[in-house]
Write a protein that binds this ligand. Structure first.
Ligand code: UT7
Length: 323
């Protein structure tokens, strides 16, 4: 039997501090109705000073390991997707490794903005299939509250903080019925780098960086590219829209999520939505949504789940998983 990557456990972490749209409107020139109508967002979680990408990623990873019935000795590697690392180096993944008490294996960070978790899952799947590892923690952890421009109402109302994780374990399987990751597809178009970016980093003189987005353009590309990604994932597996039990999309905007659900012909109950409560948590959004729907019993063993995301880069992709 071929090696296959099984999603053995999921975990999540959200900061306790919740900020509603009305609370934001006290300091930003905006309103609850504008934010809800344009995005579906009602509130977001913001990190306290100690809640860094490493801290939140560790908590989510701990929960994913517990959910899988695994421990630190089962972890051969950690891949952490983030655009808001604690430090330029060491990798945030290695701070997580130390905090979890994992004393061997590899760890690295992966930067693909909102598509980071899908990219990280794709890399983990390749490594597991190649026999390089038997157990990999894949984490998305973000503190976008620290890179928002509070003078730009077009972006600062859209994002939140949090972390999600999965523990991916080597198993065996083939075809579309056996458990595991059936396929991943990742894409990028660097020529669109200037429609969603952070205007600085530690490598630039005196520029810590703030998020900049041309929302309408990103919206347009998101709808087109994600629709293509959905078709690509199904075609690669000889499946149709009818075979998909759950869509777990990137949580940027309820209007984009609805468009994807319609594209798949899924009723709204079959689309996992957290954007109303979490806002856009970038690389954390897909694993947070997946962990929530697994924990509350919506997504069950044997279900076919389609994950997709798009973000700065532009970078986008999909993963089709039999749970
Ligand atoms: O996670 C990465 C991927 N990201 C995405 O997929 C995001 C994609 N883009 C979007 O979700 C939407 O484009 C936004 C939600 C960001 C913006 O929605 P929009 O319908 O494209 O609005 P807009 O930027 O075109 O702005 C419309 C109006 C403007 O006013 P005028 O020029 O029409 O008078 C803005 O100044 O809304 C105004 N506006 C606001 N008003 C109140 C912009 N932001 C706000 C705000 N509160 N926070």
């Amino acid at each position: 039997m071929p090696i296959r990557s099984i999603l053995a456990g999921t975990g999540a972490y959200l900061p306790a501090h919740i900020v509603t749209n009305d609370e934001l409107a006290l300091t930003v020139d905006t309103s609850d109705s504008w934010i809800r109508e344009r995005t579906g967002i009602g509130q977001r979680h913001f990190a306290a000073p100690h809640e860094t990408a490493a801290f939140m990623g560790t908590e989510a990873a701990r929960a994913a390991l517990a959910n899988a019935g695994a421990g630190p000795d089962d972890v051969d590697g950690i891949i952490l997707a983030t655009s808001t690392p604690d430090q330029a180096f060491p990798a945030t993944a290695l701070r997580v490794q130390a905090a979890l008490g994992v004393t061997r294996g590899f760890g690295f960070d992966l930067a693909a903005a909102c598509a980071g978790f899908i990219y990280a899952l794709s890399v983990a799947d390749g490594m597991i299939r190649a026999g390089q590892a038997k157990g990999i923690l894949v984490i998305g952890s973000e503190v976008y509250s620290r890179i928002l421009n509070w003078q730009d109402r077009g972006t600062c109302v859209l994002f939140g903080d949090g972390a999600g994780a999965v523990f991916v374990r080597a198993g065996e399987g083939s075809g579309c019925i056996d458990r595991g990751i059936l396929s991943t597809h990742i894409h990028a178009q660097g020529t669109l780098g200037d429609i969603l970016y952070v205007d600085g980093a530690v490598g630039q003189p005196d520029k810590p960086g703030h998020l900049v987005m041309h929302g309408r353009e990103v919206f347009r590309h998101a709808v087109t590219r994600l629709a293509e990604a959905v078709e690509e994932a199904l075609a690669a597996n000889g499946l149709t829209r009818r075979d998909v039990d759950w869509l777990v999309p990137h949580q940027a905007n309820a209007r984009i999520i609805d468009a994807m659900g319609r594209k798949l012909g899924l009723s709204s109950e079959r689309v996992v939505v957290t954007v109303d409560r979490h806002a856009n948590t970038s690389a954390a959004s897909v694993p947070l949504a997946l962990a929530e729907a697994c924990a509350d019993g919506r997504i069950r063993r044997g279900d076919l789940v389609l994950l997709e995301a798009l973000g700065g880069g532009l970078a986008w992709g999909s993963a089709l998983v039999r749970m």
